[in-house]
Write a protein that binds this ligand. Structure first.
Ligand SMILES: [Zn+2]
Length: 130
């Protein structure tokens, strides 16, 4: 009989037990990130795990620190991007949907005509008629 065991481990940062799929082993984390993590969790160990959610928070924080160090400041837009990444919000809206909503009736009809006129069914049918 085959058994399915979902193995869980504890994240050293948030302390939650999570599936191994959602965790990264300390050995696989970039060395440049480790000091940032140890700022908040001095006992954080390379032999332990960190969840993806927490790791992404530290990645974002590290990138922001690099920006601040190299450029001396972070623009308002960059700060907003970092904040949105931390809060895991969508940065880009569905531009196709907005574009479709902005089309006029004439443009929609032209799109439909081009779609039908450019289809293989129409082309083959047209050739057969000739
Ligand atoms: Zn965690």
């Amino acid at each position: 009989m085959r058994t399915s065991i979902k193995r869980t481990r504890q994240c050293q940062v948030c302390g939650e037990r999570k599936s191994e799929i959602d965790l990264i082993h300390g050995d696989h984390i970039r060395e440049v990130l480790k000091p940032t993590i140890r700022t908040d969790f001095p006992n954080w160990d390379d032999n332990g795990f960190i969840c993806l959610k927490d790791l992404n928070q530290y990645r974002t924080r590290h990138i922001q620190e690099v920006f601040e160090t190299e450029r001396g400041e972070v623009s308002e837009l960059e700060a907003k991007v970092f904040r949105n990444i931390r809060e895991q919000e969508v940065l880009a809206n569905d531009t196709n949907q907005k574009f479709d909503q902005s089309l006029t009736i004439g443009a929609r009809i032209a799109d439909r005509v081009a779609e039908v006129g450019g289809s293989w069914t129409f082309i083959i049918g047209f050739l057969c008629c000739l």
